[in-house]
Design a protein around this ligand. Structure first.
Ligand SMILES: [Zn+2]
Ligand SMILES: [Zn+2]
Length: 365
């Protein structure tokens, strides 16, 4: 049964924008590409804007501002605020407020993108429909004191349109006149917004659905290398929920996490500092604890199903056999020792009696 959604619950502005840009990306954009093709500059500019805006969210909004995982030079903060605005995910202040609530109330009432309310809700539904009440900015006092973040929050809508559509069209114009401006507007503007937005939405939906949970099963967050490819390294979401202040999400050296590499590279130029890392023994302990818990659960389940019963019985029988063997070996050894002691005593007595005989004969001499 399809439940009806009251019209006054629809977030019209957001819905029209999200659905409109998506529809343009699957109709007008491919049509334009089919008729006009694409030159190397437009392609490179599209890729640049995907990374600049996508990583302004993961590096800036998420790891730096929501979790304070490192500190950054004002130029890095300004860049992520400008290009982050172009991702059309609202201001850093609102984004962080919602994200901190997500971590605090994950999978429960108060989690804005609670996966237990369904995949669609966690992915995009929570944006299309109005929330019950406006979130209070009671968990972002630190960000409200930051003049750059407060400035971006005040001017978020002009900044978003300016960076996303005017800036991209202007760059396209400089490269190829009116035709170049249209191409950049459609590719580096519209299509790029859709790509980056769904990359972020995947973190709230798929990263709480597919993958494994090597660090903790306390919440639905999962680790997936495939999702890391689509989310600039945020796919190691189980680790992130367990250790949210670590600047790395893919904590192993080989795990694909371009956001972690960018933060580390910037630190080599003095543009980021105080990179927070969880001690490796603490990470290992979490992994070991979780592995032990899973093994115990599996054993209990298998035993309940009767499949390990014979194995356990066999193991116990063998252990009893070994204990019996050991006991008889010990008894045997003791018997040998006892006999040897008796023999020694006999030899000693014999020697003593010989000495006594010698003494008697000596005394007689
Ligand atoms: Zn999450
Ligand atoms: Zn987070």
């Amino acid at each position: 049964m399809i439940s009806r959604v009251p019209l006054d619950r629809i977030n019209w502005k957001t819905s029209v924008f999200l659905i409109g840009t998506f529809l343009l990306s699957i109709t007008v954009v491919p049509l334009y590409l089919w008729k006009n093709g694409i030159d190397w500059f437009q392609f490179a500019f599209f890729i640049f804007m995907v990374f600049a805006t996508g990583m302004s969210i993961t590096l800036g909004y998420h790891r730096m501002m929501s979790h304070l995982a490192f500190k950054a030079h004002w130029s890095v903060r300004l860049f992520t605020l400008l290009f982050g605005a172009a991702a059309f995910e609202n201001s850093a202040m609102l984004w962080c407020c919602e994200h901190r609530r997500h971590h605090k109330h994950v999978d429960g009432e108060g989690d804005p993108y609670d996966i237990t309310k369904g995949f669609f809700h966690a992915h995009i539904g929570w944006l299309l429909f109005k929330m019950e009440a406006e979130p209070p900015f009671d968990n972002v006092a630190d960000l409200q004191r930051d003049p750059l973040i407060a400035w971006q929050h005040k001017w978020i809508h002009p900044l978003a349109f300016g960076m996303s559509f005017l800036f991209t069209s202007a760059v396209g114009w400089a490269w190829g006149g009116a035709q170049g401006a249209l191409a950049a507007f459609l590719l580096a503007g519209v299509a790029r917004v859709v790509v980056v937005q769904h990359s972020t939405f995947f973190i709230n939906s798929l990263c709480h659905t597919i993958g494994n949970r090597p660090y903790s099963t306390r919440c639905t967050a999962r680790n997936s290398w495939f999702m890391a490819l689509l989310t600039f390294g945020e796919g190691y979401h189980n680790y992130h929920h367990e250790f949210q202040h670590d600047y790395r999400n893919g904590v192993k050296a080989w795990q694909f996490d371009p956001t972690k590499w960018a933060i580390w590279m910037l630190s080599k130029f003095g543009l980021t500092q105080n990179l927070r890392r969880v001690a490796s023994e603490k990470i290992l302990l979490a992994e070991l604890g979780e592995t032990q818990r899973k093994v115990q659960l599996k054993l209990a389940a298998a035993e309940a199903a009767g499949s390990t019963h014979s194995l356990v019985a066999e193991t116990i029988a063998r252990m009893q056999e070994i204990a019996h063997e050991f006991a008889s070996y010990r008894d045997e050894k003791m018997e040998v020792t006892r006999e040897r002691l008796l023999e020694l005593r006999r030899e000693l007595n014999e020697a003593l009696s010989n000495i006594r005989l010698l003494d008697v004969s000596g005394a007689a001499v």
